[in-house]
Design a protein around this ligand. Structure first.
Ligand SMILES: C[S@@+](CC[C@H](N)C(=O)[O-])C[C@H]1O[C@@H](n2cnc3c(N)ncnc32)[C@H](O)[C@@H]1O
Length: 470
């Protein structure tokens, strides 16, 4: 962006004081608001014609597709954020929903109001980053072809507001540009759209999925539109995940205090067979070396293996990184005895501690890496959340977490073992694919699924992520 003259900044601040939470003026946002106002005024009278021609005459079908995909119940309360001239709001109103369209531009809304022939839609001037509605007020919130028009900070604030005002079991519809898969179309679409959309290159190259997660929106389904140049994402506010759990569609929860006595595989008599099962059923030799390898542990770094069980991974970490200080922690004293015997046999110097995952007996910022293999599927949802908070606490800023655990089945072979395992353990959250959401919620960033492994107990997914730097 071009640097701004002092006069322009002052003018903008007078026009619209965009303040951060600390009360300071945000110059980038000021500039955005000023430009938005200016361009909306010029564009408003022509917007429908321009959009109609750019969508090659498919616009009204596209708007109806959004409504169909949202699949809202009769008479739902719908919010169309950054409604512009109200085309998407009208498509919802046609189906007898109760619709509110908001936009920051009075010029855009003037056009919308002029065209409005429905009694069940009204338009209000409002900023998407500060919606004038109570929490949980709308069944469906929609934002169509507007996110790409926003600078990243505004986009994130708007999405958080959308998540806030949408009912917990409601629906969030995101309609915007995407890149076609075909290389030639991709090239053409990118270079054409960037000619007339100033913020498009940044938007299209950004990770929208990660931003949605960060903003509290869980993606459910997605369809491609405009021959791949656009997409409709259907999501839900993330807290809904917890709600589903409360409503009982998840497995019954176990109290975290009981964790100290949860033996491996949930059955005490199975403890002696733990290694056998991990080797043949969970195929640990395929994923544990991969997990250690992805961490790239430096000499003299401190590593924690949380829920170390019989310490197979703890020993492997130490053998691969003899210079590192490696600690294993587990709640079960019986399994720790087996672990100690194995460490002596392997001739490695590792510390093995007994402790609870939600009260780690270590100071803040004391580890460079925390590993955990096949532990999270033992923990009830709130225990997973508490454990992740503890892990973040004991990691140094920039420290990494490496997890191997059950995840969403990645092919049809993996569905069958998943059906069984989700009943035996607390694996429901895992197989629903919720772990990455929980990692983000706990404050981790750069969460990545590195590999997926087929095992007799279902898909095992390896994740890596980082504690943010200050
Ligand atoms: C390209 S138009 C899209 C309009 C409409 N949603 C559609 O699908 O045709 C983008 C709209 O976003 C609005 N907008 C951008 N930033 C906004 C904000 N922070 N709050 C409210 N509206 C905003 C603009 O005024 C403009 O009307």
């Amino acid at each position: 962006m071009k640097p701004w003259s002092k006069l322009e900044v002052r003018k903008s601040v007078l026009v619209h004081a965009a303040k951060n939470q600390d009360g300071k003026i945000n110059v980038e946002e000021e500039k955005y608001y000023l430009l938005l106002k200016k361009y909306a005024r010029i564009l408003a009278p022509f917007y429908d014609v321009v959009f109609g021609s750019l969508s090659l005459g498919t616009e009204s079908r596209l708007r109806d597709r959004v409504v169909d995909f949202a699949n809202a119940g009769n008479g739902s309360r719908i919010l169309d954020v950054a409604t512009g001239t109200g085309r998407q709001a009208f498509a919802f109103a046609k189906r007898d929903h109760d619709v509110v369209g908001i936009d920051l531009s009075e010029d855009m809304l003037k056009v919308a109001r002029k065209k409005n022939k429905y009694e069940n839609v009204r338009f209000e001037i409002a900023d998407a980053t500060n919606l004038p509605f109570e929490d949980n007020s709308y069944d469906v919130s929609c934002v169509s072809f507007a996110l790409h028009d926003m600078i990243p900070t505004i986009r994130e604030k708007a999405l958080k507001e959308i998540a806030r005002v949408t009912k917990q079991n409601g629906t969030i519809m995101i309609v915007d540009y995407a890149l076609p898969k075909n290389r030639v179309s991709r090239f053409l679409v990118y270079h054409i759209i960037r000619l007339y959309e100033p913020y498009y290159p940044e938007f299209i190259e950004s990770n929208l999925e990660a931003l949605l997660r960060k903003s509290g929106i869980e993606t459910k389904e997605e369809i491609s539109i405009l021959h791949g140049a656009g997409r409709i994402i259907k999501g839900t506010p993330k807290a809904a995940v917890l709600k589903i759990r409360e409503e009982g569609s998840f497995a019954p929860q176990r109290k975290f205090r009981d964790l100290a006595c949860i033996p491996a595989f949930n059955r005490r008599f199975l403890t002696p067979f733990y290694d056998f099962m991990m080797k043949y059923a969970a195929r640990e030799s395929t994923f544990k070396p991969r997990l250690v390898e992805q961490a790239r542990i430096g000499a003299d770094q401190r590593v924690l293996d949380l829920g170390c069980g019989t310490a197979t991974l703890t020993i492997l970490i130490k053998k691969t990184n003899p210079q590192a200080e490696v600690v294993g922690l587990d709640a079960d004293p019986e399994i720790l005895e087996i672990a100690k015997g194995k460490a002596v046999e392997a001739g490695v110097d590792v510390r093995l501690d007994r402790g609870m995952a939600d009260q780690l007996p270590y100071p803040d910022g004391s580890f460079d890496h925390v590993f955990s293999s096949m532990v999270f599927h033992h923990l009830a949802l709130e225990d997973k959340i508490r454990t992740l908070k503890e892990i973040i606490r004991v990691l140094k800023p920039g420290g990494e977490m490496h997890i191997a655990d059950l995840g969403k089945p990645h092919n049809s072979f993996m569905r069958l073992p998943t059906l069984i395992i989700r009943r035996l353990e607390e694996a429901e959250d895992n197989v629903r694919g919720l772990l990455p959401e929980l990692f983000y919620d706990a404050g981790f960033e750069q969460v990545e699924e590195t590999t997926k492994h087929m095992t007799l107990v279902g898909t095992v997914i390896l994740y890596e992520m980082q504690k943010p730097l200050p």
